[in-house]
Design a protein around this ligand. Structure first.
Ligand code: HEM
Length: 176
């Protein structure tokens, strides 16, 4: 998993708690990387799971809630780092449809070793998008937060429903 995922997570912990919390969770997790992440490096995705579990224990905030808040925060950072991917889309739903067919394709060109999920999309109605998320990393809550971040970015009134499937999770985004 790319270092940006980790540096943004630790940045969020520092913003919501403080630098001591960052140091404490890194120390408690005994990570193979030692917690020294660079944006372009690649690290085991289980390190983020370990850091989030440790933060949950220390803060009393449930792991799914932490991952979702993190996903929303991460979207803001990704959109700021790669504005061309976000500005091209004319609407929230066309943007989300393009995550699989355009954005993550471009990400893969930049970082051939990126570990990306797959999305299957369907538009059952012009104002509705169904996205099936599949990933061996099962970061459904991060995905939920990334969709929330996208909704906030496009300033669109929309709801998110989530439905577990046998081999993934379906997100239904409905614009009001
Ligand atoms: C500007 C927009 C975006 C950029 C530049 C971007 C880029 C990236 C990058 C660099 C990673 C990390 C890959 C790795 O660690 O190896 C990633 C992972 C991920 N992205 Fe995106 N992304 C964007 C938008 C989105 C959106 C809107 C969604 C949700 C609909 C999404 C879903 C995910 C998920 C869930 C992961 C975690 C990996 C996994 O679940 O397997 N991304 N993305």
């Amino acid at each position: 998993m790319k270092g940006i995922i980790f540096t943004e997570f630790l940045g969020l912990v520092e913003q919501k708690w403080d630098e001591d919390m960052v140091d404490d969770i890194i120390e408690a997790c005994d990570l193979p990387s030692g917690g020294a992440y660079t944006a372009v490096g690649t690290y085991d995705h289980r390190e983020i799971v370990a850091l989030v579990s440790e933060l949950s224990e220390r803060s009393g905030v449930a792991v799914p809630d932490l991952l979702q808040v993190y996903g929303k925060h991460l979207f803001g950072k990704l959109a700021a780092s790669y504005p061309e991917f976000v500005n091209k889309a004319s609407s929230l739903l066309t943007f989300l449809e393009g995550v699989e067919s355009y954005i993550h394709v471009e990400v893969r060109k930049l970082y051939p070793d990126a570990e990306l999920p797959s999305f299957e999309t369907r538009r059952p109605d012009p104002g509705v998008l169904e996205m099936i998320y599949r990933s061996s990393r099962h970061l459904d809550d991060v995905c939920h937060g990334l969709i929330e971040g996208s909704i906030a970015h496009f300033k669109t009134e929309a709801s998110i429903e989530r439905e577990p499937l046998d081999d993934g999770t379906m997100f239904v985004i409905r614009c009001q």
